[in-house]
Design a protein around this ligand. Structure first.
Ligand SMILES: Nc1nc2c(c(=O)[nH]1)N[C@H]1C(S)=C(S)[C@@H](COP(=O)(O)OP(=O)(O)OC[C@H]3O[C@@H](n4cnc5c(N)ncnc54)[C@H](O)[C@@H]3O)O[C@H]1N2
Ligand code: MOO
Length: 518
């Protein structure tokens, strides 16, 4: 289609405006960051040669993006769907944990002084013992089972000395019975074996004859099948008051706020929430990001013919968006031309509940790849103006990636314009897209990391430079291969070093690159 006159005029104006320093741009801007070579010294016109008019400093651009959107309205999701979201409300303990005083070890709950007469068995899955433990008695108990009232400690099997078992048996003779060798753990000795029961039993499967708490009104449970003469004592020093009893609410009292709103829902958080009684979590939805890849020369599959280029931006965005807390739609390709771009951007906005229309991009954020510069096929600014968009960021003083932009459509959707050069697009995505997605997802700003930067790094005199680096013992080291058109360096790197204009060797911020999970 015909290029709008205003766009052409603008492009021509910019071309003239830029022409004077185009040679410098080529020498400085297109060179890889590790290349030796002198940066033209700052002098008259230096700032003009750096940031474009209206371009924001890199740090300011990132801040604008982070505050361009608030979190999406919350949704309630079952635990198995909540992973990777952000909590929209504080997480409370709906129950105390543990819910009762419970044994922390398999062994004997004991009361009073040894030796103790064994009067029953309590398993974790069963009801509480029901009767108070009288001094001089014990119950065999499983880890997690509620300790009977009156129990003063739990004696682990390894530290117990079990004796007797014969009918009519009495307390063990002093020094008699089977005992654990001093200073060593002994295996369980003479586990309680009710008539018809299975020695040891299996956790959660009450053994026949095991004592059970009675229902209200019933007789206090008697340890049925209690073998007369089962006694237990302890190796010296094994019993201290309260030992191996986890008290009710000791890990987490009822009502405690264990996590604040905005926390990431990790696997551990899901397990914690379940343990505290939650089936559903109130979370922020994942913001949906639509991706429009523009350019007649761009092909989306196969070997690119001469004069064609494979889309390298669409494939990297889903992982990056997911890393930032969002979800990317499959990229759509658009031909050069304002009409297709305008139609795509004018589509009906999505709602958190689902798409409003089957065809157009549905995201709360729309990413436009390419068309961000000032060339005759770069319609993004003109289209946004025609749609009445508010421009939030128009160019960033960063190398590569300066033609990036961020805008808000009248319907509230954000538009992130990424440069066509793939490494420049990655820089722009980390500068504008990721912070905006994080904000929509309810996440806090990404934590900052600072590091020494070693190796040969040539700062730009006016713009921030983003250098692909790996960490080593001495700090961050450039990996090279980070020309604007190449993702090779970024693929080798762990992070991008943020090298401020005129940098003189001080520590720099590292922006982590979305990493593999495997
Ligand atoms: N007169 C000016 N020209 C340019 C400027 C400028 O300030 N004034 N900035 C340069 C910089 S820096 C960049 S970056 C590019 C940005 O251009 P666009 O965003 O408009 O992108 P295109 O012109 O369409 O493409 C640039 C380059 O990238 C290739 N490309 C495009 N899309 C993709 C894709 N999805 N995957 C891989 N490669 C892609 C395209 O073929 C071009 O080679 O503008 C400079 N010019
Ligand atoms: O370097 Mo451009 O800034 O190739 O994005």
């Amino acid at each position: 289609m015909a290029v709008p006159r205003s766009t052409v005029r603008e492009a021509v104006h910019e071309a003239v405006h830029e022409a004077a320093h185009e040679a410098v741009r080529e020498a400085v801007h297109e060179a890889p960051s590790r290349d030796p070579g002198a940066e033209p010294p700052p002098g008259p016109g230096a700032s003009h040669r750096g940031a474009h008019a209206g371009a924001l400093p890199w740090e300011s651009a990132r801040r604008v993006a982070a505050s361009a959107a608030g979190p999406l309205p919350p949704v309630d999701l079952p635990l198995h769907l909540a992973y990777g979201r952000r909590l929209a409300a504080p997480l409370h303990a709906l129950v105390p944990v543990p819910g009762a005083d419970v044994a922390a070890m398999d062994g004997y709950a004991v009361a009073g002084d040894p030796p103790w007469r064994v009067t029953g068995l309590v398993l974790a899955g069963g009801a509480p013992f029901g009767a108070a433990l009288a001094p001089g008695t014990a119950v065999e108990i499983a880890t997690g089972a509620p300790v009977p009232e009156g129990a003063e400690a739990v004696l682990p099997y390894e530290l117990a000395v079990r004796t007797g078992g014969a009918a009519g048996g009495g307390p063990p003779p002093s020094g008699g019975g089977r005992s654990a060798p001093p200073g060593r753990f002994a295996p369980p000795l003479g586990r309680f074996t009710p008539p018809g029961g299975v020695p040891g039993g299996s956790p959660g499967a009450p053994r026949a004859g095991a004592p059970r708490a009675g229902a209200p009104g019933e007789e206090p449970p008697r340890p049925q099948g209690e073998p007369a003469g089962e006694w237990v004592s302890a190796v010296p020093g094994a019993v201290e008051p309260g030992r191996h009893i986890r008290r009710r609410g000791e890990d987490c009292p009822l009502g405690t706020v264990v996590l604040t709103a905005g926390s990431a829902v990790t696997p551990a958080v899901l397990g914690l929430a379940a343990g505290l009684g939650h089936d559903v979590l109130r979370v922020r939805p994942r913001p949906l990001v639509s991706v429009l890849v523009t350019g007649d020369e761009v092909v989306t599959r196969g070997l690119p013919a001469p004069g064609r280029v494979r889309d390298a931006i669409g494939p990297m965005l889903p992982g990056l968006v997911e890393w930032a807390g969002g979800l990317a739609e499959a990229p759509r390709w658009l031909p050069d031309g304002a009409r297709a771009l305008a139609a795509a951007l004018a589509g009906t906005p999505a709602t958190p509940d689902g798409p409003d229309g089957p065809d157009g991009p549905q995201g709360q954020v729309i990413v436009v790849c390419g068309a961000s510069s000032k060339g005759p096929a770069d319609h993004l600014r003109a289209v946004l103006a025609g749609l009445g968009a508010e421009i939030l960021v128009d160019g960033v003083a960063v190398r590569p990636g300066h033609p990036q932009l961020l805008a808000r459509l009248p319907c509230g959707r954000l538009v992130a314009g990424l440069p066509g050069n793939p490494y420049a697009a990655l820089v722009a995505a980390l500068t504008l897209l990721a912070p905006a997605v994080r904000a929509l997802a309810g996440g806090p700003a990404a934590p900052r990391e600072r590091s020494a930067l070693t190796g040969h790094v040539r700062p730009h005199h006016a713009d921030t430079r983003m250098v692909a680096v790996r960490r080593d013992g001495r700090g961050a080291v450039p990996v090279g291969h980070d020309r604007p058109g190449s993702l090779w360096g970024a693929a080798l790197a762990e992070a991008l070093a943020v090298v401020p204009p005129g940098w003189r060797g001080e520590p720099v911020e590292l922006v982590p690159l979305p990493a593999q999970r495997v």
